[in-house]
Structure formats: structure tokens, C-alpha cells
Design a protein around this ligand. Structure first.
Ligand SMILES: [Zn+2]
Length: 686
């Protein structure tokens, strides 16, 4: 996988962008009238009741925008927030123009703030969540983001990194210590900071186990100093924190200042060498999948309703890994607490190529530890690794008990590889609107995630119009097609120019030529993903689709045969094998894969509406069909409706139906052909 890891990583990002940033913060110290609250972080089910305030806790929000894409980054002084709570925040921010995937809420993981997960109640089986407080925090997140956005200024982004390994102890594997520091500075000018986002890997658990006072732990002290000295607002995110205890773990408030002082001097040293990141648009990627809940403790907590979070009937939960990027800066957000080993062989090659990587744990969910396969000890022949809990002074095998199970490490590691892999996508449609209708959301998602997309149209659409002469139809459909594919993010658009509706009449020889053209495109662009028509569609009455489905799918495997079309090698082309094919059909017989296009549905509608001439004929034909059936359909007949309105309705109804099947709002479904059996035969690289 690493061979394509950095493919295209620097493509298309040379534009000079104007980045703006605003920041805001809000205290989340609970008012007295909320009643009993419990400190979250240490022994579950016998959590201490909160009696006072040692230092303030906050929500801090930053909104960064490039004029087209805006993202919200929010740090919360809390142990963790589960996905279902974050979804409520996303729903509300969506109303303010924040795409769901562009909202990143991460908890600082202080072990001295009120429980927001439900695990730290007063007694076994009783949730520690005070609902008044939970809603107060969720409200605070939304209002902080909106406040931050109001205050946006033009900024430059700087990155710096450092290390402070000596401040961390790993009680499990003493040598496995991360200790890295990363700092992002969003600066209005040389001296004015709008926001500083910093990460370190030590768990914020310096406060004592029986502490009853609210505290933001070391992140609170350091963020306050950064704000004092640099201005603006400082946000803390937890780095690769699994099994990374602070050297004065649970030793209480006296030790906090000393720890913070040492760490702050390392942070200042790092900042002194900060460098400006490369310009570029904001790119957001996410990978959503499922993780098996293999840990009985977790299942019990779901059953008791202590987890305010849905678990699938198949014993899995949905998890999302995300990454945002500007130029050569990549910020990865994990929904859990990863061990440093999870990033081995993933991050180094990226950094080696001159890219900066920042890791932020506990974003948009809190799924426990992510333990590398090689370190997962429970249930193994060689038995669990016991280590002495230095505070309770007893043997402990805690991390496995606080993880979803042995498979999570492998799944997350592969997802990390995937999220750093930039691909080339070759999408081949027959008529102007085929790609837009059947795969438009997927193409837009792939291009917006920084992949290189090439869109090709085989036919010329001379007849797909009503009341327009041929020459004009050719011109209109071509320019409208260009506009649509541009909206979908195509970096190149190709028109093969075959006459529409005559492919069914191609001679055998002409078919071979069409296939050769597609083989040539594959060898030329070397796509990782090819998108096109499926041969397995039912009742396809358009022979153009059938012929191209044949030629395209044959070409997909023939492109890697060195005996086929050898004349192409003289032009410098080479054989090429395609990793994945996403195939669509009018009535598919096989759909084994879907792409969540919820965040891209409006882009898809907009692209569909670009095919003005085709749409006009499409609805005209629909109208004729309705009339032939003696049906009066207001939406088609009443001139008060525009074709845009009709298209919007139709696309959302159709792809909302597909989405419902997969439990998302909008989706496109495909027959995906990939490595198949090879995946189970391959050596596990995790
Ligand atoms: Zn078509």
C-alpha cells in the first residue's frame, strides 16, 4: 500500500489561498443549580462527587475557512464525548453551513471534569451523566463555533514539532514512548496569534484518583500560558496517548505546575523553530466503517444503557476516522485512544516526504484504547501482560479491558493507511449525464478528498434534446457536460465523440477499436479506481450502455495483458492493473458497496442541473410517458416548477432511498470489483 501512499499528494495544490480563522472560548464550569456531578476518569462505578473547582474548564472553538470549505475544531475539557452526542452538535451546525464531516470535536481527556460518557456514576449500573450539564456542554459547543466564525481574520498557518519523552512513563512496555509535541499556530501577523492548537501524548491524569475538584489538568495550565504569552485562544488535543502516563501520574495538584512548566518550555522551544505551511485549499477526508465489539465489558455497558450510543444488531459499532489538510499539513483525527504503535510505518513515509502530520485522539467519539495487534495480550497463549498499577499497587491488565477488542488495532491501522493514500480515478460514462446521475456524489467526494479524477464521455449526445438543431445540441451538451464534470471536481475531461444511439450498430472491428481506446486511457492514466457501467444490469434498453459496459469491463482487465494492444507500448505506455472498479447500472443485480454522499448531495444536484439540455429532454420524455398512461403529474405539467426543482426532488428521492438501505441519508451503490479472495490470502501487515 505504501507504494501509492504519496501518489498525487502534491498535485493540484499550488493555488494561493486566503485562509481565515476565528476563535472563541466558553467556560463549562457547571452552575450550582445543575445538582450532583461526578468526576470522570478513574474507577468507574464509584466515582467521587464533585465538591469544588481547582481550575476552570472550557470549550474552545476555532473555525478555519478557505472561502469554499470551512471546518470547525473544538476542544472540550472532558474525559470524552460519544458519537451520538456529537451527532446532535453536527445536526445543529449543519444548519449554519458546516458540513458534518467538517466538524471535529475532541476532548482533552482531563480526568478531573464531570462525566459526559456515562461510565463514572456513583454506583454500579448508574450513569454518571448529569443531563442538564450534558446539554449545557453541547449548547456551548454550537455557540462557541458560531462565535468563532463571527470573529474570523485572515491568517497564515505555522507548524512546529518537538518532543518531551522524559515526561512520560509507559507502565506496560517501558520503551514504547511517544512524547511528541505538535503545534499549529494561526497567526494574523508575526506577533498576533488568533489560535494555537497543540498536542502532547501524556494522558491528563496528574490529578489524584480520589480528587473531587474540577480541573483541566496540565492542558489547562499550559493553554492558559500560551494564551497569556501569544494571545488568541489555545486548544489542546491528545496525541498518540495509549499507555502514555505522565511521569507524575495521579500524584495530585502539587505536581501539576512542575509538569506543566517542564512541558511548556519544550513547547516554547518547538514554537521558536516554527515554519509556515504550504498554501492550499482545505481538504477533508473521512473513512467510516464498523468495529466489532469483542469486549464483554462494553457489551454490558450498552445493555445497561450506560453508553448513550447505538450498537448495531450485528455486534459492531460505527466509527469514523478523519483527516483535514492544508498544503503540506495533515491533521488526523481518531475516535479513540491509539497506542503509538498504531502509527508505525504509516506516518514516517508521509513525514519523510516533507509533509507535517498532527495526530488528535478522541475526536467525535471515545472508543477506548486502540492496541496494535502485536501488543494485544488478553486471550493469548502467552497470557496477558500484567503490570503494576503504581497508584493502586496491584497487578493490572487495564488497556485490553478498556478496548473494543483484538481486531480494532488492525482495522484502524489499515484505515490510517487508506486515509493517507491519494488515488487516481478514471470515470467513463456513455452519455453526458450518466456519470453525474449514477456516480456524481461519489466522484465529487473522491475529488474533494484530494484524489485525481478524470471523467470521460464516450458519446456525443446529438439527440438528447428537444426542439434543438443537431449542431447546437452537440455544442450545448458538450459545454454543459464540461460544466457538470468540473463541478464534480474532474481535473481532466475527455470526449470520445461516438455518435449517440448508434453503438449498438458497431461492427466487430469497430468494437475492438472502442475497447482499444479505453485500454489506452487506462494505460495512460493508470487509475487506482475505475468507475463505469456494470455488465450485470437488468433490462438495460439502451444499447450504448450495454456496448460500453462490455468494452469498459473488458478493457479493465485487458489493460494489464502485455500481449494485448502491444502497439500502445511503442507510444511509451505500459500495462496497468486497476485495483478497484465501481460499477453502476440502471437496474443492478449486484450492489455490494455503497458510498455515503450525504455531504455531497447538493453538489450532485447542482451538477445534474448543469445538463440543462439533457434535463429538459429527460423531463419532456417523462411527461410524454405520464400522458401516454393518462396520468396527470403536476410536477411535470405545471410550468411553475423548473427543471432544477424537478431534478432536485428526483435525485434526492432516488438517492435518499439508496441511503436508507445503508443507514445514511444519501448514498450511491455499486458493484465493486477488487482484490476479492486475495484480501484473505494476503499477509497481515498490521
Ligand atoms: Zn446514458
Amino acid at each position: 500500500m505504501t507504494s501509492t501512499l504519496l501518489n498525487n499528494m502534491t498535485n493540484g495544490h499550488s493555488l494561493i489561498m486566503t485562509i481565515t480563522c476565528g476563535a472563541a472560548k466558553k467556560s463549562i464550569v457547571p452552575p450550582h443549580e445543575f445538582g450532583d456531578l461526578y468526576i470522570a476518569g478513574y474507577d468507574a462505578a464509584e466515582a467521587p462527587k464533585i465538591t469544588g473547582l481547582h481550575d476552570p474548564i472550557y470549550i474552545k472553538a476555532v473555525v478555519i475557512s478557505d472561502g469554499t470549505t470551512k471546518i470547525a475544531l473544538v476542544s472540550v475539557d472532558a474525559i470524552g464525548l460519544l458519537r451520538d452526542a456529537i451527532e446532535k452538535v453536527k445536526e445543529r451546525l449543519d444548519a449554519w453551513g458546516f458540513k458534518r464531516r467538517n466538524v471535529f470535536v475532541f476532548c482533552t481527556h482531563t480526568h478531573a471534569a464531570p462525566d459526559l460518557m456515562g461510565l463514572w456514576g456513583p454506583r454500579l449500573g448508574v450513569s454518571g451523566i448529569n443531563k442538564k450539564y450534558a446539554f449545557f456542554v453541547l449548547d456551548g459547543i454550537v455557540s462557541s463555533v458560531l462565535d468563532a466564525e463571527k470573529d474570523a481574520k485572515q491568517v497564515s498557518i505555522y507548524f512546529s514539532s518537538g518532543s518531551s519523552k522524559e515526561l512520560i512513563k509507559n507502565y506496560r512496555q517501558p520503551n514504547d514512548i511517544d512524547g511528541s509535541i505538535a503545534v499549529l499556530s494561526l497567526k494574523k501577523n508575526k506577533t498576533t496569534c488568533i489560535a494555537t492548537i497543540w498536542t502532547f501524548t501524556a494522558q491528563p491524569e496528574i490529578t489524584a484518583r480520589k480528587n473531587t475538584q474540577i480541573s483541566a489538568d496540565y492542558p489547562g495550565i499550559i493553554s492558559a500560558r500560551i494564551e497569556q504569552e501569544r494571545g488568541g485562544i489555545a486548544l489542546f488535543g491528545l496525541g498518540a496517548c495509549g499507555a502514555q502516563s505522565p511521569e507524575c501520574c495521579e500524584q495530585g495538584f502539587e505536581k501539576l505546575d512542575e509538569f506543566a512548566r517542564k512541558l511548556y518550555s519544550a513547547i516554547k522551544e518547538a514554537i521558536a523553530a516554527e515554519t509556515k505551511i504550504e498554501d492550499g485549499p482545505i481538504e477533508v477526508r473521512e473513512i467510516t466503517g464498523t468495529l466489532p465489539v469483542q469486549n464483554g465489558n462494553f457489551t454490558v455497558m450498552f445493555k445497561l444503557g450506560l453508553f448513550q450510543r447505538d450498537m448495531g444488531k450485528d455486534g459492531t459499532i460505527t466509527a469514523t476516522l478523519s483527516k483535514w489538510r492544508v498544503g503540506n499539513l495533515h491533521v488526523v483525527h481518531l475516535p479513540a485512544e491509539p497506542f503509538p504503535g498504531i502509527f508505525e510505518r504509516v506516518i514516517e513515509p508521509v513525514r519523510d516526504s516533507g509533509q507535517h502530520v498532527m495526530i488528535v485522539s478522541l475526536t467525535n467519539d471515545a472508543l477506548g484504547y486502540v492496541i496494535p495487534v502485536g501488543q494485544f495480550r488478553l486471550g493469548r497463549m502467552d497470557g496477558p501482560t500484567k503490570w503494576v498499577d503504581p497508584v493502586a499497587k496491584k497487578d493490572f491488565i487495564g488497556h485490553e479491558d478498556e478496548s473494543l477488542g483484538p481486531d480494532t488495532g488492525r482495522i484502524v491501522k489499515y484505515a490510517l493507511w487508506e486515509i493517507f493514500t491519494y488515488k487516481t480515478v478514471l470515470a467513463i460514462g456513455v452519455h453526458a449525464d450518466d456519470l453525474t446521475i449514477w456516480a456524481g456524489g461519489t466522484i465529487k467526494r473522491l475529488s474533494s478528498e484530494g484524489n485525481k479524477v478524470i471523467c470521460a464521455r464516450v458519446c456525443d449526445d446529438w439527440e438528447d434534446c428537444v426542439g434543438v438543431p443537431k449542431d447546437e445540441a452537440l455544442k450545448l451538451n458538450r459545454s454543459e457536460c464540461d460544466a457538470a464534470y468540473k463541478l464534480l471536481g474532474a481535473s481532466e475531461i475527455l470526449h470520445l465523440g461516438y455518435q449517440s444511439d448508434y453503438l449498438g450498430g458497431l461492427s466487430g472491428e469497430e468494437y475492438i477499436v472502442l475497447r482499444a481506446k479505453i485500454v489506452r486511457l487506462i494505460r495512460q492514466y493508470k487509475p487506482d479506481i475505475a468507475i463505469g457501467f456494470d455488465l450485470n444490469g437488468n433490462d438495460e434498453e439502451n444499447m450504448d450502455h450495454v456496448i460500453v459496459a462490455r468494452a469498459f469491463n473488458e478493457a479493465c482487465w485487458q489493460a494489464s495483458f502485455d500481449a494485448l494492444y502491444p502497439e500502445q507500448f511503442k507510444d511509451g505506455l505500459e500495462i496497468h492493473a486497476i485495483a478497484e472498479r465501481y460499477l453502476f447500472a440502471r437496474n443492478p443485480t449486484v450492489t455490494n458497496f455503497y458510498v455515503d454522499i450525504s455531504d455531497f448531495i447538493d453538489d450532485k444536484v447542482k451538477a445534474v442541473c448543469s445538463h440543462e439540455t439533457v434535463m429538459k429532454n429527460f423531463f419532456h420524455q417523462y411527461r410524454l410517458l405520464a400522458r401516454a398512461n393518462k396520468l396527470h403529474v403536476d410536477l411535470l405539467e405545471d410550468p411553475k416548477y423548473s427543471d432544477e426543482e424537478r431534478a432536485n426532488l428526483l435525485v434526492k428521492l432516488l438517492y435518499g432511498d439508496v441511503g436508507q438501505k445503508y443507514g445514511v441519508r444519501f448514498a450511491e451503490a455499486f458493484n465493486k470489483i477488487d482484490a476479492g479472495l486475495l484480501k484473505t490470502l494476503a499477509r497481515d501487515e498490521s
